[in-house]
Design a protein around this ligand. Structure first.
Ligand code: ATP
Length: 906
């Protein structure tokens, strides 16, 4: 088959002299692109075009080559210092020392490279998980499609909340508005209408085009794709998605800054040490090596890399549980969440609606198959069928559309109505689409005898406000009994049901909704109430959040009473939930608002106000949203959460995290993983800082005291190089602690380095330094040679680090959460290396070591065990006190509560 080339972008005519897309009318373009204005492309044709023209993706920048990345690892002041010192050492003829320093540099680069690519892989895999979805007509049927599969000639359906995925020419539009700021910088949405424009029309004025990268803010329309991928305007302005390496977060930047300052301080200290050594009469060359070793040992060079690897692992673990993180910093923030504001429908509940009760003609109806329907009941069901965008299920195909609407179709069919026949007997001539906020929808139909009838459905209070009459059971109109009807709707809502009201009207003309206003003077036909079962996992997750000191607030578009009933079912609050509706929120002062648990009929602006308010009180707020108008609140929230299945593209774009399954339980899981990320970073710090400090101090103290070095520089470098890689990094893989959701949220803004951590670090540093000197001195006293004494000291140092590693697997508990094969593997490698350095003759020569005696080994094991026990004793002495009872303050009141003990409480 012949595959037409995509139209030329950029507003220029192409080489064949064809006009640019915006200068053509839709019919011409449709012909030109070899497609069909009603049925779109066939699947086969679209597939062929995908092959021929490529996918609808923007070209990505060429990723840096492995070699390039390898050399990038050397772009670090510390590495320059090391290389310089290796050169100096070499020039002094200390071949072994200089090659060990070289090896340290190399190994660091390799490890850095591996970490970086691991983190990048994880993130790249994630990027692929959030795909933009589009709705297109293929072979006459509307389908959802991943945006990259769009082909020129595809017929796309646009509606509020959609992201435009390819440059398209409008065929039809209804109050269509598009936000083109991403492309033109123009902040106000542009109203779009079909119809050819002059060739010279500027990009910002092409009102008949929908461009890739822009978003639909209002209305709906259909369009034909004229350019994809790099050929779109977006592709032209060269918004290349280049691989930029591992993104940084406030935390990684903070830690990188911390290590940099620390490094500078340590290097300065090394210079002083060098001078002190010279004064003390050490030889310059020897002193130089010692000073460099002190610096290399003390600098925690693995810290920034470890943090990014912990973050990357966190992201992957979250993804496995259905939480797709779009912005890396949210991984950190999630762990300190204090309030979760969640939607009801679809997040707490399944959004599988079933009509359970129909109220029409003054009474509640149950019906049995075959019974004739009273006229009012029939009319109520019929309204639900006609004023409805959904397609019914037919044997093989599942129903398509909003669950609220498909539930109405199912109810009507079960009552015996023939949906297809009813719809074709009364073709629709106009529609006022459902919009959140307006909370209703209306349609106009032409009946067989040529008359027009209008149907409307929506939130009871909105519909009742428009009604004047009501339908009697026999189908005759009578004046509306407003209060009684309102009472009926409310009683249904109190049972936790979603209630819709139905009404009829006689339109004056086919176009019945000038300026998008619904008609008034309607006749109320009845109510249908539907049940939406709670998600089982969400019930448990709400309870888990409450145990973890996280407040869960429900924010819903539904009726206040429905929301209250659901909140009660979920045990969202201790006692009876406090509920406010949109109208009440508007007149409630800020202080009173923060204590409310359930917000109903909420407008997007009110969501934004609520987030702002909670944040001002010091809360860390996670908020869900799915509509176009939710974007500001999602951006403002510390963690904006969009629904992967039901959310609009705009919401997903604004969010920090997307829930693959829309389930509230996933939010709880993500918070749990976020807490684990923080834990593991702290565990790594708890281990790496004292070991580094001790490595530096051993040399510093010896030289300042003018004592013999208990470990040679080459030995310290060896320990530094091997333990950081094989021991420390294993903590990044630590499983999360079992009681992780039994503690309160980390106070927002709390530093990583808490008093507890500082104390542990100091304690262990002292043990390591004092232990090294004690062992060394004692060995010399008991007749060991210097080489033997150093060998034992080095081994003690390594084994004490191993023992301490096991202690660091939990900072406040005595038993780690589960098993971590990385720790065991790392320890095994480390022991093997240590045995090699002690027993392989070549290594003995290089590192100035000698085999250990049995007595020596006993000493090593004894001291390692002692280190472990002291660290555990420290845990015991400072263990968290038992939690306060159920009356413990809620996190949103934490400002007034006593300061919580450090974040290590369990
Ligand atoms: P939540 O915020 O809990 O997820 P929601 O987003 O489903 O709720 P909306 O979809 O905004 O809430 O619906 C709000 C109200 O609008 C509903 O309670 C109902 O009364 C009415 N409504 C919902 N869907 C329709 C529809 N298709 N046609 C007419 N009215 C509707």
């Amino acid at each position: 088959m012949r595959v037409p080339a995509p139209a030329r972008p950029g507003g220029q005519a192409d080489t064949a002299g064809r006009a640019p897309a915006h200068a053509l009318d839709a019919a011409e373009t449709i012909t030109l692109l070899g497609t069909d204005g009603r049925t779109g492309l066939t699947e086969a044709e679209a597939a062929a075009r995908n092959v021929h023209n490529g996918l609808n993706v923007l070209p990505t920048g060429r990723p840096t080559s492995a070699l390039g990345r390898f050399f990038r690892q050397f772009e670090d002041p510390l590495v320059y210092v090391l290389l310089a010192s290796a050169a100096v050492t070499l020039s002094l003829g200390q071949l072994v020392d200089s090659s060990v320093i070289f090896a340290v540099v190399l190994l660091n680069a390799v490890v850095g490279l591996l970490q970086e690519s691991r983190a990048e892989h994880a993130l790249a895999a994630l990027a692929g998980m959030v795909t933009t979805e589009v709705r297109v007509v293929r072979g006459g049927a509307p389908i959802r499609l991943s945006a990259e599969k769009l082909a020129t000639g595809d017929l796309v359906l646009l509606r509020a909340g959609d992201k435009v995925a390819a440059d398209s020419l409008l065929i039809s539009a209804r109050t269509l508005q598009i936000d083109e700021s991403a492309l033109t910088g123009e902040a106000a949405p542009v109203t779009k209408v079909p119809g050819a424009l002059p060739r010279a029309t500027a990009l910002a004025d092409r009102r008949n085009m929908a461009h890739a990268g822009t978003v639909v803010t209002r209305g709906e329309g259909t369009a034909v794709v004229v350019a994809i991928g790099a050929a779109t305007e977006l592709g032209l302005i060269n918004q290349l998605m280049t691989a930029t390496g591992v993104p940084t977060t406030p935390l990684t930047r903070k830690l990188a800054g911390f290590s940099r300052r620390l490094s500078v301080g340590i290097v300065a200290l090394a210079v002083v040490l060098f001078l002190v050594g010279l004064l003390r009469g050490y030889r310059a060359g020897e002193m130089f090596t010692a000073a460099v070793t002190m610096a290399v040992g003390a600098i925690p060079e693995g810290l920034p890399a470890a943090v990014s690897i912990v973050l990357a692992i966190g992201v992957v673990r979250m993804a496995r549980r259905g939480a797709i993180v779009r912005r890396l910093p949210s991984v950190e923030t999630l762990g300190s969440t204090t309030v979760v504001c969640t939607d009801k429908t679809g997040t707490l509940t399944t959004n599988r609606m079933t009509v359970t009760t129909v109220f029409a003609g003054g009474r509640t109806h149950e019906w049995a198959g075959g019974d004739p329907l009273p006229p009012a009941l029939r009319e109520c069901l019929l309204t639900g069928v006609l004023c409805n965008e959904a397609q019914p299920a037919d044997g093989t195909v599942a129903a398509i559309g909003d669950p609220t609407e498909t539930a109405l179709l199912t109810a009507a069919r079960e009552a015996g109505l023939d949906i297809g026949a009813e719809r074709s007997a009364r073709p629709r001539v106009d529609v006022l689409p459902f919009e959140s906020g307006r909370n209703l929808m209306a349609t106009v139909h032409r009946t067989a005898d040529g008359r027009l009838t209008g149907y409307l459905k929506g939130a009871p209070e909105k519909v009742l406000a428009l009604c004047r009459d009501q339908l009697r059971e026999d189908g005759i109109g009578e004046p509306l009994e407003r209060e009684s009807q309102r009472g009926t709707a409310e009683a249904l809502a109190r049972r936790g049901l979603r209630v819709l009201a139905f009404a009829m009207f006689t339109p004056a003309a086919e176009a019945a909704f000038p300026a998008d206003t619904p008609p008034d003077g309607l006749t109320l036909v009845g109510f249908q109430a539907m049940h939406d079962p709670p998600r089982p996992a969400a019930v448990a997750a709400v309870a888990a959040c409450r145990r973890a000191g996280i407040t869960v607030k429900m924010i819903t578009g539904d009726h206040g009473e429905t929301a209250r009933a659901i909140a009660r079912n979920f045990a969202l609050t201790e006692g009876e939930p406090v509920v406010l509706t949109g109208a009440e929120i508007a007149v409630t002062p800020d202080d009173a608002l923060a204590g409310v648990d359930v917000f109903a009929r909420v407008s997007p602006e009110q969501k934004l106000r609520l987030v702002t308010l909670l944040q001002e009180r010091g809360d860390v707020v996670a908020m869900t949203g799915d509509g176009v108008n939710d974007a500001p609140a999602l951006r403002k929230a510390d963690i904006g959460i969009a629904m992967g299945r039901s959310g609009t593209e705009v919401a997903k774009e604004a969010a920090d995290m997307v829930l693959a399954n829309d389930d509230f339980a996933t939010i709880e899981a993500a918070v749990e993983e976020g807490r684990a990320v923080f834990d593991n970073i702290r565990k790594f710090m708890a281990w790496t800082l004292p070991t580094n400090i001790a490595e530096g101090l051993v040399i510093l103290v010896a030289i300042v005291l003018g004592a013999q070095l208990p470990m040679l520089p080459v030995q310290v470098l060896w320990i530094n190089m091997t333990t950081a890689v094989f021991l420390g990094l294993a903590l990044a893989f630590e499983p999360k602690e079992t009681a992780i959701m039994a503690r309160r949220p980390r106070p927002p803004g709390q530093a990583l380095m808490t008093a507890d951590l500082l104390r542990r670090i100091t304690l262990v540093s002292v043990i390591l330094v004092a232990g090294s000197f004690a062992v060394f001195t004692w060995q010399l006293r008991t007749g060991a040679s210097v080489t033997e004494a150093r060998s034992i000291t080095v081994t003690v140092f390594v084994f004490a680090q191993i023992a301490y590693l096991f202690s660091c697997r939990s900072l406040d508990r005595f038993r780690p959460a589960g098993w971590n094969p990385w720790v065991l593997g790392g320890v095994a490698v480390m022991i093997a290396l240590q045995v090699a350095i002690l027993y392989v003759p070549l290594m003995n020569e290089l590192f100035h070591t000698a085999p250990l005696t049995v007595g020596g080994w006993l000493l090593v094991l004894g001291l390692a065990a002692t280190t472990f026990l002291i660290a555990e004793l420290d845990k015991y002495l400072w263990r968290p006190r038992p939690r306060r009872g159920p009356g413990s303050p809620r996190p949103s009141e934490k400002g007034t509560s006593a300061p919580a003990p450090a974040a290590t409480r369990g």
